[in-house]
Design a binder for this molecule. Structure first.
Ligand code: FEO
Length: 394
């Protein structure tokens, strides 16, 4: 059986996880994922770039056996998280002469997480190179692609960037290269939103750093490989840029219909004023979609009833998540209904300290909304539309 190649003597040997539906016990994976690992056969040395999640270690070993790989000199660990590093111990068992090539910080994490013995490591500095004979690996530190130790590996002769999580997408597909660009970039945006968005400024710097490399191929460790990398590079530049869009994200819950009525009215009012709205009923929302909507929205408005003297727990969770993800948002507000009182505004604003937003006057009403309440919602939507226009959010 002929093996597939990314380029001559660069083989994909990872695993496709068609069935996985949750990552980090948190993130929904509607389309599964893959743990990509690549074998590079140089004229003198052989390197393996990243491994796979330990649940799929047999698949990596089978792929290495199918290729007849008798010796691996280097296992490059771009990132310590176990979905890429978890099978390193098994690979070292099979190829005991192999050394783990990684950054000093990643080495410490791999010792902590996987108990890999210290003598198995060779650490590399930023921009250091390693010769495989006719091929050269260059290690480019790209810290805070959600963990502090991350790096990319660049295969100079073929201009391939092995980027691990960076530019990756949670997509299970049997296609080695991107065939549906729109689908892949959508999945990559979801992944960026879910774990990388809090580190936007670091990622900006990493993108600038990569401009020094001519890149023909981006081979991430999740999802298909980009053989026309400009689209994903441009998409990332847009996501990390300071640009905001004329969008209101509206996560909400309603218990008995009053808050729902307010949300419906408010959304219509915003739409009439030319504002785009992304509305999420938190009882049925995929939080990945909510995270994605926050990537470039200018405003978030939380809709909540008052329960147990505060906001609904699902709204508190959404606010907590928005605060942790640190989107670029400029404005925030709260709408909702209460029966007799409560501390919704203090509570919700108290869990949003990371968001550098202006709080626009909340609309909290008693019971079912009445004429004066609808007017208050119109005023809030007019303020939002005006602010977005002032800032030229398109
Ligand atoms: Fe795909 Fe951060 O691990």
């Amino acid at each position: 059986m002929k093996s597939r190649e990314v380029r001559p003597e660069v083989y994909p040997v990872g695993a496709i996880d068609w069935d996985r539906r949750l990552f980090d016990a948190l993130i929904p994976l509607p389309d599964g994922t893959s743990y990509n690992s690549y074998l590079i056969q140089g004229s003198k040395k052989t390197a393996l770039i990243d491994t796979v999640d330990p649940t799929m270690e047999d698949m990596l070993i089978n792929h290495l056996n199918q290729l007849g790989v008798e010796n691996i000199d280097y296992v490059v660990a771009n990132h310590a998280e176990q979905d890429h590093s978890g099978t390193i111990p098994r690979v070292l068992e099979k190829y005991p002469q192999a050394k783990v090539i990684t950054s000093p910080r990643c080495k410490e994490m791999l010792i902590d997480l996987l108990m890999i013995p210290e003598e198995k490591f060779i650490t590399v500095n930023d921009k250091e190179t390693l010769s495989l004979g006719d091929k050269t690996l260059e290690f480019i530190y790209t810290p805070w692609v959600h963990w502090p130790e991350t790096m990319c590996t660049y295969l100079r002769e073929e201009k391939i960037l092995f980027s691990c999580d960076f530019f990756g997408s949670h997509l299970a597909t049997s296609n080695l290269f991107v065939t549906d660009e729109w689908q892949t970039i959508e999945a990559a945006k979801r992944y960026y939103a879910e774990i990388m968005m809090p580190f936007r400024t670091n990622i900006q710097k990493n993108l600038e750093k990569l401009e020094d490399c001519a890149i023909d191929i981006i081979a991430p460790s999740h999802g298909p490989i980009y053989d026309r990398p400009e689209s994903i590079l441009q998409a990332y530049r847009n996501w990390v840029s300071d640009e905001l869009r004329n969008i209101v994200v509206l996560p909400y819950v309603s218990m008995h219909g009053s808050t729902h009525k307010m949300v419906d009215y408010f959304v219509e009012s915003l739409v009439q004023k030319g504002v785009t709205v992304k509305q999420f009923n938190l009882l049925v929302t995929d939080i990945g979609k909510l995270a994605m909507a926050l990537v470039d929205a200018a405003t978030v408005v939380f809709g909540t009833p008052t329960v147990l003297a505060g906001a609904h727990p699902s709204v508190i969770y959404a606010a907590f998540l928005a605060n942790a993800l640190r989107p670029k948002l400029k404005f925030a507000s709260i709408i909702g209904s209460y029966g007799w009182g409560g501390r919704v505004v203090e509570q919700l604003t108290g869990i949003l300290p990371n968001l550098k937003v202006e709080l626009l006057a909340p609309v909290l009403i008693k019971g079912f909304p009445k004429e004066a309440d609808f007017k208050a919602l119109d005023n809030l939507s007019a303020t939002i539309a005006h602010r977005h226009k002032e800032h030229h959010f398109a």
